[in-house]
Design a protein around this ligand. Structure first.
Ligand code: OTU
Length: 597
């Protein structure tokens, strides 16, 4: 077992050098670092023995998350289970499904009516009262741990709500918090910043700043009640590190680092993905290595793929959402062509050792078309026009569309738009399209087999549909992402064992795939080898000795025997157990995929 002092000695030089690179020789930085070292020691002393044991276990097995046993689920506490105790009561179901990772959506104290789904945090140390208490949370974390399920929560550290004590202090000009946010007396600086920043939630407010009651302006990238923190102030880093360590000691295993792209601002730039954002994450990472060694970060950067990958390193974020794969799965379902997805898997999938993707079909957010225009151009596809097509297709404004999505942040000025909806509604179940179930399973077969942690939005495994009820909820009606956040689909779950129902059919197929993945060591790790099918509708890749083929069209597709030259021909499909010799070529039924061992 490594002692605290050994870890401090090993990591402090790195932390100190990161502080130097971020803050230069600012005298406050030295003071913040000294204070932080005291915080680290106190936090370690308070860390429960059970968590210290887990620290040792995971330090000895740093690739634990790359196992083919890993399966993630994500849900809202209130919508899925009512309260934290309700979540605890669902642990038997999580085990039935095979979850080893549970992401509970933001559950901290937040403004009453609209809190951006909890992404406006008013206190990192208080649970929203209607969900339970911090003691319930800690107990749930322990219960999940005993059931082999790692607990993931959001670390919303780019901003706080305007009701957080820091925000109230800053508004009141309390010298302690004066410099915690980016507040300006007049529009001079905001105007200069906004020359180069992007509008994120234009439906809420234009630009990056919102006015305060006293006439000043505060930086608010997202909603007017979400104020961006000022990380140029080293006291902000120390304060946030304290909140992080507090959560670590409650038994959180993975922090989903929200909105990482935005944490550092620099005049004359987009203020996204700046080098200091990475240095700050590395400094937070060093903090964990010293006082909560098993805590991992998952980066939430839904940006250009070149920018996404830079966050993924063992000493920064060990895990990352894979927004490119997510968007391109939907792209292939719409176009029935695998060109962009195959290219992404070939050129942008493999990651450095000791890191992993979190692969997902959809999240609680909108789907943004974050593929690289340069990549698309290689196929003669114009990014702007193609995004317009995808947006039209997924909101059912394109002839023949099976999708029932809803536009999000439609910005006619920039042409930007994103898509909200549940997997089932986007895949055709709501429209009654005969290919819907196959599409839902096909999409998940990709995230279950490409390598990384597959993450299911809970309820999608029984085909939950869009919830238009959000239109009647104050604070939600303006935000179409709520259409994709339906309450627990009790009726669907109740029929999950009845193969005559849609829910039952889906659930059985999900369970089948999850079982195969679990007993197939080739699905561990993240390395993938491209396999060129030469058929525009059929995706191919190899995971170790397993050859995956997936037909994205609603017509049968044939691959000639010569495609498989050099591969062993004697194959069985792990999904169905059917022998599939490759010697005479192979025909895939509509939307069929095979995992050939
Ligand atoms: C995240 O998303 C969360 O996932 C959202 O639910 C929050 O509203 C938001 O942060 C603010 O906390 O713009 O449309 O990577 O895509 O950070 C979602 C850039 C978002 C953004 C992402 C943000």
């Amino acid at each position: 077992m490594t002692t605290f002092d050994e870890r401090l000695n090993a990591e402090l030089p790195r932390l100190r050098s990161l502080f130097g690179r971020i803050y230069g020789d600012l005298p406050e930085a030295g003071r913040a670092l000294d204070g932080l070292v005291q915080d680290l020691r106190a936090s370690w002393d308070a860390r429960p023995a059970e968590l210290k044991a887990l620290d040792d276990e995971r330090e000895a097995d740093p690739d634990w998350f790359a196992s083919n046993q890993m399966l993630g689920g994500v849900c809202y506490v209130d919508l899925y289970a009512g309260t934290l105790d309700g979540v605890r009561a669902r642990i038997p179901y999580f085990r039935e499904l095979g979850l080893t990772y549970l992401h509970l959506m933001p559950l901290f104290l937040a403004p009453a009516e609209n809190s951006d789904g909890g992404y406006a945090v008013s206190s990192y140390r208080d649970i929203r009262p209607d969900l339970g208490t911090m003691a319930d949370f800690t107990a749930l974390a322990a219960e999940l741990r005993r059931n082999g399920i790692s607990l993931v929560v959001d670390f919303v550290f780019n901003h706080t709500s305007n009701e957080h004590v820091w925000a109230r202090g800053a508004l009141a000009r309390d010298p302690l918090y004066d410099d915690f946010y980016l507040i300006f007396d007049d529009r001079t600086m905001p105007d200069r910043y906004e020359l180069t920043t992007r509008e994120i939630f234009p439906d809420d407010h234009p630009g990056s700043f919102v006015p305060l009651a006293d006439g000043r302006w505060v930086w608010a990238t997202f909603h007017s009640f979400q104020w961006d923190l000022n990380y140029r102030n080293p006291a902000v880093f120390r304060a946030m590190a304290g909140e992080m360590l507090f959560l670590a000691n409650q038994g959180v295993n993975i922090l989903r680092m929200d909105a990482v792209a935005f944490i550092w601002k620099q005049l004359g730039t987009t203020s996204e993905n700046l080098p200091e954002a990475h240095l700050l994450l590395q400094a937070f990472n060093a903090v964990c290595r010293i006082a909560a060694p098993s805590l991992l970060f998952k980066s939430e950067a839904i940006v250009h793929p070149d920018d996404v990958v830079v966050y993924i390193r063992p000493d920064e974020c060990q895990l990352s959402y894979n927004p490119l794969q997510m968007a391109l799965i939907w792209n292939s379902l719409a176009t029935r062509e695998v060109n962009l997805l195959a290219q992404a898997l070939e050129q942008r999938h493999n990651l450095p050792p000791h890191t992993a993707w979190v692969n997902y079909v959809r999240s609680h957010d909108d789907i943004g078309w974050t593929f690289a225009d340069e990549d698309a151009r290689q196929f003669g596809i114009d990014g702007y026009e193609h995004r317009r097509f995808l947006n039209a297709f997924y909101v059912n404004r394109f002839p023949g569309s099976f999708a029932r999505g809803v536009p999000f942040q439609d910005n006619p000025r920039t042409g930007d738009c994103r898509i909200s909806g549940t997997t089932a509604s986007l895949a055709g179940l709501e429209a009654g399209d005969p290919g819907a179930v196959d599409r839902i399973v096909l999409a998940h077969s990709i995230i279950l087999s490409t390598g990384g942690v597959p993450l299911i939005y809970l309820g999608d495994e029984v085909g939950q549909l869009n919830d238009y009820g959000y239109l009647d909820v104050p604070g939600h009606a303006e935000d179409s992402r709520w259409v994709g956040r339906p309450p627990y689909p009790a009726e669907r779950y109740a029929t999950r064992d009845d193969p005559e129902t849609r829910a039952g059919e889906l659930f059985a197929r999900f369970r089948g795939l999850i079982d195969v993945r679990r007993r197939t060591p080739a699905f561990a790790g993240g390395q993938l080898t491209a396999f060129h099918t030469q058929n525009p509708h059929v995706l191919g890749y190899q995971r170790g000795e397993v050859l995956v083929l997936a037909n994205f069209s609603e017509h049968a597709q044939t691959l000639d025997a010569e495609r498989f030259g050099g591969l062993s021909a004697d194959r069985t499909d792990l999904v169905t157990g059917r022998p599939m010799p490759l010697g005479a070529g192979l025909t895939l039924a509509p939307h069929e995929f095979v995992w050939l061992a």
